[in-house]
Design a protein around this ligand. Structure first.
Ligand code: 6R9
Length: 659
């Protein structure tokens, strides 16, 4: 746990206000009965049958929850199913094959593609057959390093079909990040592409993938999707295969979905933690798919006839759960957009909502803050009346941004669900049920039915309403991570050690977020309390950024913290000590920024690099990151009396904002 005091968490609290769910929404909502909270509490854990019932099982499970080896919980024990069958075949078998599964909107305004469930199933089978031909067997990890193109969900579902877990690496991550993840997962297969568009220009992606492959310590078979056609030509090596050729070779292939155990791994997703090494979060077939289906139904109010849009990237967990698996399991039409919200103009999202009659929009507070800044004239140019529900995820939303979204996008007739969850939780955990609970801007809401979340102090005792504390979850749930890939020990250390009583076999999950709770049980999540920075809703480990910086020639030591940022929520501030013989000049600053972009990706680019002769350290030699945060934010400095070198603080503070 970090040194942040509860008083400092307090400073992040928003003001109170509430809104009733709009009548027109309630009339048609999937879940409207308030008694669901009680029903789930009384029947826990059997209440989760309701989530499992949303799927088609090849063989029924014998037991809802096995907690015999906690915290290695097992859900829907001995049940058998296939995720690709549940997302595709069953809708086709129900006669819905000609309905739209994916509406893909390219960045170029004239480029769109529509996949019906029939078409998606065909291509998934063809690619599944191709993967098998390349040697992919059940339980082999297949890595995907792809932007927002339809071949990404095709590849994910093809893997699910043949029981090969996927590991999707965000396309904006660097070559190094790709290599680290492929090595960590012993992944011998990669699906990538030649490039994609960014603000009108073709962007090379394959060069970066090739560079990453250079760092992989074993042989890899690679599939390359030709996204850019003649715009970008690439040569393929012997172990690199063209996607279209493979699909052509396997035209009309039929591949039976492999029978998977409920607890078999569906995918791995790497995420940042306190140490420098990303964590491979393991999600399973039965529990995860049940959980994302249930939350898509209960919170996003998804119905088969909807055109639902989550504007996240599939390279993050939000895209996995709420662009691909949840929406497709429910048989709806899911929109996928390749580009950015401001290209060719700042009304692009609203144009898409208008053109496709989008019914739900799920986006991030960072995007909403940008829309606010651009002004309401952009949404005002379009008819947004098709919208029925709005959602946010990824970081706390400030009440002002919430209200702007509610008013200018939702016309005060759409509920806003502020959904708190994590890569590790698989799906949403804390949010209002849109047809049931009143909304309080700035507060995510109560824990969902069946979820037992609390706000506690450092000793694990519940805090009084209104007081800041730490968020904990003291009952398991089906969508939870099962472990960190090949690292059970770190799984326990990272999530369970802090608040569990191992001797009493009482297990408490600690998400490493600060929070407070009000008299109605509504939880306001205040942000991370570990060394993780949340930049535009994306998690970055300070240690990962620090190790990238100390890898740069001329850097002796570095400390990285998150400072407040109007649009991004938080931004990266890097404090750097130079090596003897090196100047803290523009050249070194450039090389540091480049070093971070090469090691992680542009999202980790430091907002400021501050050169300093020393870093503030405690007598035991620990860097006081909290002080560096105060400095970055221009806040009054906390207690410096425990420092070994208190004088250095004013010195550093004078340098912030210099460059
Ligand atoms: C889904 C996702 C998880 C971290 C989480 C928390 C922050 C997410 C939030 C929120 C306040 C919300 N977070 N949703 N904070 N209110 N509605 O974002 O997963 O990338 O793993 O990040 O994001 O700090 O711990 P992930």
């Amino acid at each position: 746990m970090s040194e942040e005091s509860e008083g400092e968490l307090e400073a992040r609290l928003p003001e109170g206000e509430s809104f009733e769910p709009p009548e027109s929404f309630v009339e048609q909502a999937n879940v409207t009965d308030e008694s669901i909270y009680e029903e789930f509490a009384e029947n826990w854990p059997d209440c989760w049958e309701r989530a499992a019932d949303m799927l088609d099982w090849e063989e029924p499970y014998d037991q809802v929850l096995d907690d015999g080896d906690a915290p290695f919980y097992e859900w829907f024990v001995d049940g058998k199913l296939n995720a690709s069958y549940n997302c595709l075949d069953r809708h086709v078998e129900a006669g819905r094959g000609d309905e739209v599964a994916i509406e893909w909107v390219g960045e170029p305004t004239d480029e769109t593609r529509t996949y019906t469930y029939d078409e998606l199933l065909d291509e998934v089978q063809e690619f599944a057959a191709a993967l098998r031909d390349l040697g992919v067997e059940e339980d082999d990890v297949v890595t995907m390093y792809m932007p927002m193109i339809p071949e990404l969900p095709v590849a994910m579902l093809a893997c699910a079909r043949i029981g090969a877990p996927h590991s999707v690496v965000f396309a904006g991550f660097s070559a190094d990040a790709l290599a680290t993840r492929m090595n960590s997962a012993d992944s011998e297969y990669l699906v990538t592409c030649d490039g994609y568009y960014r603000r009108g220009d073709p962007l090379d992606h394959k060069d970066k993938a090739d560079e990453g492959l250079g760092g992989v310590d074993h042989g890899v078979e690679t599939v390359v999707v030709d996204r850019l056609g003649d715009e970008l030509e690439h040569d393929l090596d012997d172990d690199q295969h063209d996607y279209d050729d493979l699909i052509g070779d396997h035209a009309g292939a039929e591949v039976e979905p492999v029978t998977r155990d409920a607890e078999d791994m569906l995918f791995l997703m790497y995420t940042s933690g306190t140490t420098g090494k990303p964590k491979g979060v393991k999600h399973t077939t039965g529990g995860y798919l049940s959980y994302v289906s249930w939350t898509s139904h209960a919170v996003l109010d998804i119905k088969p006839e909807d055109t639902y849009w989550c504007s996240a990237d599939i390279g993050w967990i939000t895209g996995h759960s709420y662009i691909v698996y949840g929406p497709l399991a429910l048989g709806t039409s899911t929109v996928m957009y390749e580009g950015t919200p401001d290209y060719p103009d700042k009304d692009r999202l609203w144009e898409i909502v208008d053109d496709y009659d989008v019914t739900q929009l799920y986006t991030a507070p960072t995007a909403i803050r940008a829309f606010m800044k651009w002004g309401k004239e952009y949404p005002d140019q379009h008819d947004l009346s098709s919208l029925r529900l709005l959602g946010t995820v990824g970081e706390p939303i400030n009440p002002r941004a919430w209200k702007w979204y509610y008013k200018h996008i939702g016309d005060e007739s759409c509920p806003v669900v502020d959904t708190w969850w994590q890569t590790e939780t698989g799906g949403m955990m804390i949010t209002t049920l849109p047809g049931v609970g009143e909304m309080k801007p700035g507060s995510a809401g109560p824990p969902l039915p069946g979820i037992s979340a609390n706000v506690v102090d450092m000793n694990g005792d519940e805090v009084e309403p209104g007081e800041a504390g730490y968020l904990t979850v003291d009952k398991p749930w089906p969508g939870m991570l099962r472990t960190l890939y090949q690292n059970d020990e770190r799984f326990i250390e990272e999530y369970w050690q802090e608040y569990s009583d191992e001797d009493a076999d009482e297990w408490v999950y600690f998400p490493e977020d600060g929070a407070k709770i009000d008299d109605d049980g509504y939880i306001t999540v205040l942000g991370r309390v570990d060394d993780v920075i949340n930049v535009s809703g994306h998690r970055l480990g300070t240690m990962e950024v620090e190790s990238a910086i100390v890898g740069v020639e001329g850097v002796a030591e570095a400390a990285v913290v998150g400072g407040d940022h109007d649009l991004k929520g938080e931004a990266v501030y890097a404090y750097v000590i130079t090596e003897d013989g090196y100047e803290g000049d523009d050249d070194l600053r450039e090389r540091i920024i480049e070093g971070v972009e090469d090691a992680i990706g542009p999202i980790a680019r430091p907002e400021e690099v501050i050169f300093s002769p020393e870093l503030p350290k405690t007598r035991s030699g620990k860097i006081m990151r909290r002080l560096l945060e105060d400095i970055a934010n221009g806040d009054e400095l906390g207690n410096t009396s425990t420092l070994r070198n208190p004088d250095i603080v004013d010195d550093i503070a004078g340098k912030v904002g210099e460059d």
